[in-house]
Design a protein around this ligand. Sequence first.
Ligand SMILES: C[S@@+](CC[C@H](N)C(=O)[O-])C[C@H]1O[C@@H](n2cnc3c(N)ncnc32)[C@H](O)[C@@H]1O
Length: 221
Amino acid sequence: MKRLLEPELMIEPEQVSAYANADFDEPHSNFIRMLGSYYNSRGDLRTVLDLGCGPGDVTFKFAAAFPETIIDAVDGSKEMLDFANKILAEKPELHGRINYHHSMIQEFKSSPKYDLVFSNSLLHHLPDPMVLWNKIKEVSSPETYIFIMDLLRPETIEEAVKLKALYVRGEPEVLQKDFYNSLLAAFEIDEVREQLPQAGLGKLEVQQITDRHIIIFGQKS
Ligand SMILES: C[S@@+](CC[C@H](N)C(=O)[O-])C[C@H]1O[C@@H](n2cnc3c(N)ncnc32)[C@H](O)[C@@H]1O
């Protein structure tokens, strides 16, 4: 099945509110658990970059699980960041540890190389996937640990319809529609495997971990 793009940024008020208020506790906690087990104390973890952070649920979960870290979190949607900053305002213990940046990732300027770069569910939004891989290359040293999770494009429309019924039935209509569109916009595993060497990230591992998710992880060299 051919890739079908969806709008890059999530800015529609109804869409943003449905996403920010959805219960993603299980997949997001899983993301943090997996990141922790793959990272497995490979070195001191201090500076972290979250690309396409949305309303910040993963960022907050990460900050709680890794209390020594300082996190830059970037999203091009002001509407999403308004949710993230509102929650941050209620968590004084995280002030100075999480900095939300309103920027497209391709325009985000950072001087230091990060100890860890992670991203959940951004890749499928990008018309050009190299935007993500080139940014990761730019902000990573050879020691930087990289952990990315995204959706996997199903082989057929029927499979996408099945996944939608299985995982988001009962959610608001707009969330169901977004999930379905995201599946159609996602990459196949072989496409991702072809993208990585083009950005000098050919050493990263790519694994399918569920019927709809892949992870891409490791170090640049
Ligand atoms: C599906 S959400 C994921 C949010 C968050 N990572 C999570 O797991 O809940 C994808 C986010 O990526 C943002 N986004 C898409 N393209 C972007 C780009 N080029 N630069 C910055 N943010 C982008 C969207 O605005 C949206 O907030």
